[in-house]
Design a protein around this ligand. Structure first.
Ligand code: NAD
Length: 286
């Protein structure tokens, strides 16, 4: 395993490229949007330099890792020599299937195709390729360089070898893995979306302020982050797509909170747009 392609250079794709390069892989980061690639390059360089200043990385590791990342809008160039591709495009089934169909045509037969979906069925995506045994979900967490877990989701036809490769790559990236059989939302998103949605419903009902809901969960229930600040970090558009999928597949319990729908309509997408449940416009840590 030498060459890793990452498709989609948003919040997650750039984080996966970051840990992939530090793990010693050649990383080809692809996006259809040139501006997303420029932002990804800038963010990866800034984040690595912050990690050196804070003592988490050595300067030499950064100097070795950065030249291993190649940025491109060309999917063929990014994936034709890949041993593993991790797809991190929008949480929209049709877009993911379109990407997987193209990858299936471009990549050599040995290439494993992984999706970083938070909720959706790797079986459904894999069924559109000629290699369902080599398809799997590798669910990373945000921010990727800090979060220890990768949830590995086995689709109906995923082979043991594919799961093993996903685990080994995770381990080279310094991550722990858990293996989950496919079900909408897996373990983490199913639980987390429900908690977040309940917090949004409480805010909408006027039960408490956003600050006090988050403070209650952190200090009373020992959550490291409040559910509303976490939703802002994830991106409210992404969270809404996650909720819509869980609502379709698991039912009423997962109906997206109307306040979330309203915020997304208004363009309040959380940290990435400068405003969500909190205002980040003048914050240094944005
Ligand atoms: P994002 O909106 O930040 O980035 C998505 C990127 O995909 C954009 O840069 C967009 O230009 C690009 N893109 C869209 N269509 C494409 C295509 N056909 N080919 C190449 N690039 C394309 O989204 P994100 O938050 O990084 O989420 C990506 C995936 O990761 C989703 O499936 C999401 O559910 C999952 N995920 C997100 C989080 C999170 O906290 N944000 C956590 C775990 C998993």
């Amino acid at each position: 395993m030498r060459n890793l392609a990452v498709v989609g250079a948003g919040v997650m794709g750039r984080g996966i490229a970051y840990v992939g390069a530090l793990a010693g892989f050649n990383v080809y980061l692809q996006d259809i949007n040139e501006a997303a690639l420029d932002k990804a390059k800038n963010d990866i360089e800034q984040e690595m330099s912050k990690s050196v200043q804070r003592g988490y990385l050595q300067q030499q590791q950064v100097e070795e890792a950065l030249p291993r990342i190649f940025y491109t809008t060309n999917l063929e160039k990014a994936s034709r020599e890949a041993d593993l591709v991790i797809e991190a495009v929008l949480e929209v089934m049709d877009i993911k299937i379109d990407v997987f169909k193209k990858l299936d045509q471009i990549c050599p037969p040995h290439t494993v195709l992984a999706t970083n979906t938070s909720t959706m069925s790797p079986t459904e995506i894999a069924a559109q390729t000629s290699r369902p045994d080599k398809c799997v979900a590798m669910h990373f967490f945000n921010p990727v360089h800090k979060m220890k877990l990768i949830e590995i989701i086995r689709g109906l036809d995923t082979s043991d070898e594919t799961v093993e490769l996903a685990k080994q790559v995770g381990s080279r990236m310094g991550k722990e893995t858990v293996e989950v059989n496919e079900f909408p939302g897996f373990v983490t998103s199913r639980m987390n979306c429900l908690i977040g949605n309940e917090a949004m419903n409480m805010l909408m009902e006027g039960v408490a302020s956003a600050e006090d809901i988050d403070k209650a969960m952190k200090l009373g229930l020992n959550h490291p982050m409040g559910p509303l600040e976490l939703a802002d970090l994830v991106g409210l558009d992404t969270r809404l797509r996650n909720m819509e999928y869980l609502y379709q597949t698991l039912g009423e319990k997962y109906r997206p909170c109307p306040l979330l729908v309203k915020y997304v309509k208004a363009g309040r997408l959380g940290r990435k747009s400068g405003r969500g449940f909190y205002n980040y416009e003048n914050r240094q840590d944005q």
